[in-house]
Design a protein around this ligand. Structure first.
Ligand SMILES: Nc1ncnc2c1ncn2[C@@H]1O[C@H](COP(=O)(O)OP(=O)(O)OP(=O)(O)O)[C@@H](O)[C@H]1O
Ligand SMILES: [Mg+2]
Length: 251
């Protein structure tokens, strides 16, 4: 089942005297249960693309269908409700609110959706042990490590059971051990059925995905799938080679 479909998505930024074509013609689709990484060099348009899918920014042209609904046609007043219902976000810099405990940060999207407190607790109980956050729920974001903050952010993103979990460089602010733990978590929640779309320039992060798309010159230039019996190391090597060829201009 297709969850997300992008057709001829274009994004042009017009500033005072500079026009930047960030995305030219992006086409791809995502099936339920996939774990996709989108790679590209700095400035390739990864964040732009994610923001458009996240309804945080509007495409200049093209359509984005999420569960068959064209999100580019949503009215402003429908957008926030749609976003809360369908999407979860994980950012490089966590975006937790320091005035709330970690637990209340996780509950925030449920509070906004007017979910009953007993239901909130049940949902958290289901998530907390696999995310390894039981010990830090009563603490505040400024009292825990970066890796722990990102676990809380993942819990906040996953607790609504979104159609799609979006992540922009989720390990960009973490050291390698914390990164590995976070990527293993993405794997775990993906194995439970959560569809994940991550953008990153990290080879290592991408090797955790099942499919890698490469964007360059505003289009999806190439894609590779992880083989059924392929190890993560082997996949990383193939991603590396593909990226090398791409940077040389080959396909
Ligand atoms: N708000 C904006 N106004 C004008 N130009 C922008 C804006 N945001 C991004 N751009 C430009 O669009 C292009 C794509 O930017 P984007 O942030 O999507 O790249 P990226 O692939 O996420 O890069 P990085 O890996 O460095 O995060 C760049 O040339 C950038 O300068
Ligand atoms: Mg970016």
């Amino acid at each position: 089942m297709t969850i997300l479909e992008l057709k001829n998505v274009k994004k042009v930024y017009e500033t005072k005297n500079v026009t930047t074509e960030a995305l030219n013609e992006i086409n791809f689709s995502v099936k339920k249960g996939e774990f996709i990484s989108i790679m590209g060099e700095s400035g390739a348009g990864k964040t732009t693309l994610l923001n458009i899918i996240a309804t945080l920014d509007k495409a200049t042209a093209g359509t984005v269908l999420l569960n068959g609904q064209d999100i580019t046609a949503l009215q402003d007043k429908e957008i926030s409700k749609f976003r809360r219902k369908e999407l979860g976000f994980v950012f490089q810099d966590f975006n937790l609110l320091d005035q709330f405990s970690n637990k209340d940060n996780i509950f925030l999207p449920l509070v906004l959706s007017e979910i009953e407190p007993t239901d909130m607790k049940l949902r958290l109980e289901k998530l907390q042990s696999s995310l390894g956050i039981e010990e830090i729920l009563e603490k505040y974001p400024y009292e825990v490590s970066g890796g722990q903050k990102q676990r809380v952010a993942i819990a906040r993103a996953a607790i609504t059971g979104p159609s799609l979990l979006l992540a922009d460089e989720p390990t960009g602010a973490l050291d390698s051990a914390a990164s590995e733990a976070i990527l293993n978590l993405f794997n775990k929640i993906n194995e439970k059925g959560q569809t994940v779309l991550m953008v990153t320039h990290s080879l290592r992060a991408s090797s955790y995905a099942k499919r890698v798309l490469f964007i360059k010159d505003g289009i999806v230039y190439h894609e590779i799938y992880r083989g059924e019996n392929e190890s993560r190391g082997e996949f990383m090597e193939r991603i590396n080679q593909a990226q090398f060829m791409l940077n040389r201009g080959d396909k």
